[in-house]
Design a protein around this ligand. Structure first.
Ligand code: SF4
Length: 118
């Protein structure tokens, strides 16, 4: 069985082909320009992870919304849970870039950080 993936690690977007046996074990990986692509393909087929950026409402800031980012990647299947949790958060100015806005989001061991000062 053959699986096609587009590597999203860098803007080159290499088209990666993964050959799998009947049990889903990886036989070969091709099309990646560098080792990061191979690592991405392996992770994508076993435990896909994603980064998430968003905004939260902020009181007392020069804008109504504060850009935020997670401190690390999270399992792809947890994206909606995390987005729901982020949707309930409201920050309060002043905030410095890198401040923790929400710690241990959904018990995943990652924090929600301010992407800018406000
Ligand atoms: S395989 Fe390497 S060069 Fe290609 S998109 Fe992925 S990280 Fe970039």
């Amino acid at each position: 069985m053959e699986k096609k993936l587009t590597c999203i690690v860098c803007p080159m977007g290499c088209e990666i082909t993964v050959d799998l046996d009947d049990k889903g074990n990886i036989l070969s990986i091709s099309g990646n320009t560098c080792n990061r692509g191979e690592e991405y393909a392996k992770n994508e087929l076993t435990h896909p992870m994603r980064q998430l950026t968003s905004t939260v409402g902020i009181d007392g800031g020069i804008y109504n919304r504060l850009p935020v980012i997670l401190s690390d990647n999270i399992p792809r299947e947890k994206m909606f849970d995390v987005m729901e949790a982020i949707g309930k958060v409201r920050a309060k100015a002043p905030v410095k870039r890198g401040d923790v806005i929400l710690s241990d989001v959904c018990g995943l061991g990652v924090d929600l950080l301010a992407s800018r000062s406000m």
